[in-house]
Design a binder for this molecule. Structure first.
Ligand SMILES: [Zn+2]
Ligand SMILES: [Zn+2]
Length: 388
């Protein structure tokens, strides 16, 4: 066995489906080709982790793999399109998109840009990149953004053909309209066929003899348009949305490129974001900490109430379940952690001073470190150990 799929995903052999999914998502995000500038090692890793995931996520394939290793997958694979040890990149990207629940959703199909496409049409128009600014509230609820873009559109004069009205593009004589030239070639191993784009028509199969005067034969004119982009809830700052076929059209009715929206999420000063979880720092008074209180805190969904227990120490965190951000592609929400800080007043009125002095005369002293073992352990934990 060349690669152990459990090792590839970094999970135990008895890992649950959820663990496997989690491990895959983390790794796939890290080594996704669109985030690694075409780094080949990252691409290979992306393919491998995806392949491992495809096997281990499926109980039948996993059972076969556990028993017989890779060999156990051959028979099954043929029926399910899993025929060889190696995925190609486009297959791996498909799995990735499907796993994030984005395939076919609302017109876009990948989160991380267009990826690498094999055999791209030579006449395909360019992609358009736009930046989309989002607030945290929009991330929480999902949103529809309207963007205005400068692009090109099919020439109305010649209907995009590039030929002067009343004339039509003619079939290319060199390739007979196929756009390809085929050549027999001889190699050490015998004859083989090479196919390349026709040099006369550039692969289009047709030629324009009388170009349209409006577009100069290109078939496109300048245009501005307004596009609506649905942004799912739970997106993060590095995400891209790709809207297939919403980019620039290719010349002479060639296929359109894509529109790629790069998300730019404005920080919300009230919250610290940790993935789907949010942290809110709440200041309370000494009296609230000692006596307990009900306090209002902001959430991305409006105000919520936190019940402060009597005797609450600085550093304690209350967890408001499902008040964090939506989990992209998984359903459910992260949590909102309310981290408590006891605030010491720096200006006192005469009355407050008098009351505090009265309190001082009757209050207990904090426990000594030796005798208050558990108490100090808790304090150390909440102050040093983050917000859990
Ligand atoms: Zn035209
Ligand atoms: Zn040709």
């Amino acid at each position: 066995m060349k690669q152990d799929f459990y090792v590839v995903l970094g999970v135990q052999r008895d890992a649950s489906e959820t663990d496997i999914k989690k491990a895959y998502r983390k790794l796939a995000m890290e080594c996704h080709p669109d985030r690694n500038n075409g780094d080949k090692a990252a691409e290979e890793k992306f393919k491998l982790v995806t392949e491992a995931y495809e096997v281990l996520r499926d109980p039948d394939k996993r059972a076969a793999y556990d028993r017989y290793g890779i060999a156990g997958l051959r028979g099954q694979g043929a029926a399910q399109g899993f025929t060889s040890m190696h995925f190609d990149l486009s297959e791996a990207l498909m799995v990735f998109m499907r796993d994030f629940g984005l395939a076919g959703a609302a017109g876009f199909d990948t989160l991380f840009g267009s990826g690498e496409r094999t055999r791209r049409d030579r006449r395909r128009g360019h992609d358009i990149k736009v930046g989309l600014k989002l607030t945290l509230a929009e991330v929480a609820s999902g949103s529809t953004k309207t963007v205005r873009i400068k692009s090109l559109d099919s020439c109305p004069e010649c209907a995009g053909t590039g030929a002067k009205p009343g004339t039509a593009p003619v079939q290319c004589g060199t390739c007979g309209g196929t756009g390809e030239v085929r050549r027999q070639a001889q190699s050490l191993f015998g004859q083989f066929l090479t196919v390349s784009p026709c040099p006369t028509c550039g692969g289009e199969g047709t030629l324009v003899h009388d170009p349209c005067s409006r577009c100069g034969g290109d078939g496109r004119v300048k245009a501005e348009k307004t596009i609506q982009i649905d942004v799912p809830a739970g997106v993060a700052d590095h995400h891209y949305l790709t809207l297939r076929g919403q980019g620039v059209p290719g010349p002479r009715n060639g296929p359109r490129g894509d529109l790629i929206a790069v998300l730019d999420i404005k920080e919300d000063a009230r919250f610290e974001r940790h993935g789907d979880d949010l942290v809110y720092d709440l200041g309370i008074t000494f009296a609230q900490a000692a006596l307990g209180a009900e306090v209002q805190v902001p959430t991305p969904y409006g105000q919520a109430t936190v019940r402060i227990e009597p005797g609450t120490q600085t550093g304690v965190a209350y967890r408001l379940r499902a008040k964090g951000l939506p989990r992209l592609g998984e359903g459910g929400h992260g949590d909102l952690h309310v981290r408590v800080h006891v605030w010491t007043p720096n200006k006192l009125t005469a009355e407050q001073k008098k009351l505090l002095e009265k309190l001082r005369d009757v209050e207990d002293t904090p426990p000594l470190k030796e005798e208050g073992g558990r108490f100090w352990d808790t304090i150390r934990k909440v102050l040093g150990g983050g917000h859990e």
